[in-house]
Design a protein around this ligand. Sequence first.
Ligand code: HEC
Length: 120
Amino acid sequence: MRITVRHTWAFTLVILLAGCTYDDLETLGAPFDCDAFDASYGMDILPLVENHCQGCHSGSAPSAGIAFESHTEIALFADIMLDRMDRDEGDSQLMPQSGKLDSCSIARFRAWIQAGKPNN
Ligand code: HEC
């Protein structure tokens, strides 16, 4: 019985420490379970833009007059796109306007820019 109690405490401690680690890494922009290093245009970037941006930034009358549809357009505007995605929650310029994307998606977008915005 006593051993079981000790194990429970040890387990709780591990959970608490893991929680702290997760918060610290997330502050840096990439949670520990986020594989941002091999960001792919086709697998990560385009789906993100399709799901969260193209609702307004596409077609014949895109918001702000800017469409994010082709690789050329997304690569051209990537820096200002990241700037808007990385605003604080509540910032009137945050994109998408419905709320900040998860930190892993933003970390992947940043990693893709740093990799030279490949069409991969
Ligand atoms: C619900 C509609 C909507 C969605 C979804 C949306 N935007 Fe916007 N976006 C706007 C509007 C309206 C403006 C113009 C007002 C402003 O600048 O905030 C704008 C402006 C911008 C600008 C500024 C362009 C400039 O002239 O500098 C950028 C960059 C941008 N959006 C990026 C994004 C990105 C990236 C996403 C997806 C993550 C996104 N937006 C999703 C409506 C939207």
